[in-house]
Design a protein around this ligand. Structure first.
Ligand SMILES: [Zn+2]
Length: 355
């Protein structure tokens, strides 16, 4: 019931009873318990457009709990504090002292201590995570770090850890543009290329703790190496560092974007090829799942903005059906979204008990 209200917003009692197939007495009993725990508020009314009559709404009481979400990169820590509805109420960003697990754990513990009374802590990073343990995170040079259990101990706050793209996909499915969808593909572009899947209303979790990795589909066997043993896959075209290494003078991403805007031919060509690869990736995802929505986001979004017609050419060349069937939802991104999705992971764990 709490989840239903979190994902779909405030609802009248009658509608909740129908949707959850609960009898009125059961609904009343559950409501009472949730109100007693400070999780729900009742009493506000709205005029129902269908009946014209006022109906009592049940709301999630967001301020009843606080969650801390942390996103780790190779050199920085981004933190966001949210309420129970994943609304950000505070944020912190700081450099990591170094990549040593003990020092990173100490840094997170210190940030956590700055926000007393947390209900849950969530940490996300690029890498393979299984049951709260970081099996492997290349950019931090970590293998087998029991991050979740250790942080639970040092912070005293129940801690969930997950792959960052998986957490972002779940957060978008609960609290974002994908709320209420039963099938969705999330594509993130930036330092890495991430793909997340919602199928039958659930996050797809690989049987080996791996996230789905559509990014390695072949686009053009003469393309750049992705660094994972293949050449010309979509990830090879799309990862920021691979884009940049094809340009003279090793520019930053912002500088490369400025070059494209200024009409620099080399930069334009590299971006167009990458844009086409993005289209092939999106078209393949649409062929594969026929999802309700494909959500594109990430810090590499300027690529899409600069090469939109080429991205859509890539989609048309790949997708078997009418491309207007694809609901491509391009969501603006700022880096704090990762930290918010980490907090959403903690919320998910608190409510469902899942890691
Ligand atoms: Zn690859």
């Amino acid at each position: 019931m709490l989840l239903e209200l979190l994902v779909h917003g405030a609802r009248p009692r009658s509608e909740l009873a129908d949707r959850l197939r609960l009898s009125r007495p059961t609904l009343s009993r559950v409501t009472k318990a949730l109100v007693a725990q400070g999780l729900l508020v009742e009493g506000a009314t709205e005029l129902r457009s269908t009946t014209g009559r006022p109906s009592e709404l049940l709301h999630v009481h967001g301020a009843s709990h606080r969650f801390l979400g942390v996103k780790l990169t190779g050199d920085r820590l981004f933190a966001a504090v949210t309420d129970l509805t994943a609304t950000v109420v505070d944020s912190v960003e700081q450099p990591l002292p170094n990549r040593d697990p003990d020092e990173v754990i100490a840094a997170i513990t210190e940030v956590s201590a700055g926000f007393p009374g947390l209900t849950g802590l969530g940490v996300v990073l690029g890498g393979v995570v299984r049951a709260g343990r970081v099996v492997r995170a290349g950019f931090l040079d970590w293998t087998d770090v029991p991050l979740g259990p250790r942080l639970t101990e040092t912070t005293g706050v129940p801690t969930a850890v997950d792959n960052d793209v998986q957490a972002l996909t779940a957060a978008e499915h609960w609290f974002g543009a994908g709320a209420g969808t039963t099938s969705m593909v999330v594509v993130t572009i930036g330092a890495g290329v991430g793909t997340g899947l919602i199928v039958d209303g659930r996050l797809v979790e690989g049987s080996h703790g791996l996230p789905p990795r559509l990014g390695h589909i072949l686009v053009d066997s003469t393309g750049p190496h992705c660094g994972y043993g293949h050449r010309g896959c979509a990830a090879g075209f799309l990862m920021t560092h691979v884009i940049l290494r094809q340009l003279d003078g090793s520019p930053t991403y912002d500088e490369a974007v400025a070059r494209v805007r200024a009409g620099n031919k080399q930069a334009r060509d590299v971006f167009e090829r990458s844009g086409y690869a993005l289209g092939v990736l999106i078209g393949t995802a649409a062929n594969f799942l026929d999802p309700q929505k494909i959500l594109l986001t990430g810090e590499g979004l300027p690529l899409y903005e600069l090469t939109t017609p080429t991205v859509h050419k890539g989609i048309e060349d790949t997708y078997e059906d009418d491309p207007t069937l694809i609901d491509l939802d391009v969501q603006p991104f700022d880096f704090g979204e990762w930290a918010r999705s980490a907090a959403a992971l903690a919320i998910r764990k608190t409510i469902t008990g899942a890691a």
